[in-house]
Design a protein around this ligand. Sequence first.
Ligand code: FES
Ligand code: FES
Length: 218
Amino acid sequence: MAETDNRNWPTRRTVLEGGAATGLLLAAGVPVRAQQDAIMTAAAAATPAPTMPMNLTINKNGFSVELDPRTTLLDALRNHLGLTGSKKGCDHGQCGACTVLVNGRRINACLTLAAMHEGDDITTIEGLAEGDELHPMQAAFVARDGFQCGYCTPGQICSAVGMLSEIRAGWPSHAGTDVAASAALTDAEIRERMSGNICRCAAYPNIVAAIRDAAGEA
Ligand code: FES
Ligand code: FES
């Protein structure tokens, strides 16, 4: 008969320890769901997460990292590569603070895994300027006071750069009535296309003005 490999099965010791821990939590009046969470958290802490090698190209520089495959692109940038310009507002794809450009297209870095972007050309806010010369969109935000606290600003700027490329490529938006016609860069068009980027300071009028300036539409 084939020999069974049961090395990963619970042992009598772990079952007894788990039972004892559950008993203590029950005795302390801890709700069942909280007990499950506590036990799962303890188990996760005891088991090191698997990692995998990744080669990423960010702002024209190559980075080789060894990360948990579940690491989001945003966490890879901020927590492992020291690129903290991209911000974490919601971590749920709702605020746009984490917007970066991947192969020229804007995406929410909190909604994608770093491992999915090997071979991609990733640009963050740190990579937009040419040396000491700001990208025209950055310069326009400064000139127009397109920010207050600045937390949303890296995402706004990356998103605006990607958005102008989308307009030039003829992508339609909900602001237009004719999807086949090229979009004029009206305030309504900009607001619609930038609606995924939230600004809690409500610097919207100046953000719109900055984008029109950068597009040469002032
Ligand atoms: Fe990514 Fe809010 S942090 S959308
Ligand atoms: Fe403060 Fe936009 S400038 S959130």
